[in-house]
Ligand binder design. Structure first.
Ligand code: FRU
Length: 425
């Protein structure tokens, strides 16, 4: 690998991250448990919409659809990642969701499936739905392993009638991307925490019409590379990866250099995705307090970056990157944020994570008695947060209900500060 392996890659730097602070513009209101969870039998976490090829939310005969990582709610929440299964849910109004069921009929790759994205293309060769996911763990291994590969499943067909919506089909699964070891770290190169190569996000660039897949990755930093002032920081090497489809075939991608990296800063830039507005590219990721390098104070939060084109010179929003975080007294109440455009504002969905837990890390949550672990885990969708975007600055405006996901054509409920005639909030 050349010494210039990071040349030209936009960086989220320590200098940016040193000014991370909670303030009125980025803290979400405290979340309380909803009257009803999405599904009492399930823990539900990372969630994504079924979208059209151009990124708009698909609406099929009046139904919108989300996919989520799920497990049985009998399981201790900390164990859920080991058995994650993708299920789908559908809704006519974006408020009441019906559980559709498990998506795959048994042939999914990996020991379990982690996050991804879903594209609806009834005119494509792959059935109606292209479901991108992370094949986590080695197929056939007896022990749980942490290998991550990017997979696509094709062949699912959708059906609707008055009774509801369903996805059926005999899916065809294939691995479409693995890390190359130069731009993207392989498992055997990892020097610190477990490497990442996951969370594929389908994206068609409106400027060129070209087809891409974004994903979470790490930049390989060889020992002695001298990338950071302190060699320990070199283990914190998160990146936003991208692959391009030369033909537009949504199952055939080639790796390209990362869009952004956070070497010396943060190890996990999770679930990267883009919102393009008026030709400006807003790149969002989720990250954790514990994945920041020593000497930096970060938060479990949604972070964002802005550039003039897809492979542009991404700069952090708000100077430091933080867009939305949890309150000080409930620092882990939500995670895995996804942003979509809604008229003047952005809407941000996430899942309701650990509440009633105001410790600085989640390290000891597993030491609580099992019933306390269960009680404090939300395991359903969090209230959707409405965020204003003005140039490179953002401002949290308020929240909608748990799991309320309106389409752009649907008007949002009037915020309380306008309802009671009070202009201040
Ligand atoms: C974020 C995440 C994703 C991954 C999933 C596994 O919540 O870490 O990156 O796909 O959880 O459960």
């Amino acid at each position: 690998m050349s010494e210039k392996f990071r040349e030209g890659i936009p960086a989220w730097t320590r200098e940016h991250a040193e000014s991370l602070r909670r303030d009125d513009s980025n803290v979400a209101p405290v979340i309380y448990p909803p009257d009803e969870r999405l599904d009492d039998d399930l823990h539900i976490w990372d969630t994504w919409f079924l979208r059209n090829r151009d990124g708009s939310v698909a609406e099929i005969d009046g139904y919108r659809v989300v996919f989520s990582l799920t497990s049985s709610s009998d399981l201790l929440p900390g164990k859920r990642h080991d058995v994650a299964t993708i299920r789908y849910f559908y809704s006519r109004d974006g408020e009441e969701w019906t559980t559709g069921g498990v998506v795959f009929d048994g042939g999914a790759l990996g020991q379990r499936q982690w996050a991804g994205s879903a594209m609806y293309d009834p005119d494509g060769d792959g059935g109606d739905v292209y479901l991108y996911y992370t094949a986590a763990g080695e197929d056939g291994a007896e022990e749980l392993t942490y290998t991550q590969r990017i997979a696509v499943a094709t062949g699912g067909t959708v059906r609707t009638d008055d009774a509801g919506f369903s996805i059926e089909g005999s899916w065809d699964h294939r691995i479409i991307l693995t890390p190359d070891g130069d731009w993207y770290e392989r498992e055997d190169q990892s020097r610190g925490m477990i490497y990442t190569f996951r969370d594929p996000w389908f994206f068609e660039d409106p400027a060129s019409g070209e087809t891409y897949l974004l994903f979470e990755a790490n930049t390989p930093v060889p020992e002695g590379a001298g990338e950071c002032d302190d060699p320990v920081w070199e283990e914190f090497n998160g990146s936003v990866g991208i692959a391009h489809s030369p033909t537009g075939d949504p199952t055939d991608f080639e790796l390209r250099p990362p869009l952004l990296d956070a070497v010396c800063v943060n190890q996990e830039l999770e679930r990267p995705h883009l919102v393009v507005r008026d030709g400006t590219y807003h790149l969002f990721v989720s990250s954790h307090v514990h994945t920041f390098a020593p000497g930096l104070t970060g938060y479990d939060a949604l972070y964002g970056f802005v550039a003039d084109d897809l492979a542009g010179d991404y700069e952090p929003l708000n100077g430091h990157g933080m867009v939305l975080t949890n309150p000080k007294g409930a620092p882990f109440q939500a995670y895995s944020w996804l942003v979509y455009d809604h008229g003047d504002d952005l809407l941000v969905s996430s899942f309701f994570n650990y509440f009633d837990y105001d410790r600085p890390s989640l390290d000891d949550v597993g030491l609580l008695p099992p019933e306390e672990q269960q009680r404090r885990f939300g395991g359903t969708l969090a209230p959707t947060v409405r965020v204003a975007l003005d140039g490179d600055e953002t401002d949290v405006l308020g929240t909608l209900g748990h799991g309320h996901l309106p389409l752009p054509r649907e008007t949002l409920p009037t915020p309380w500060w306008e309802r009671d005639g009070d202009a201040t909030r």
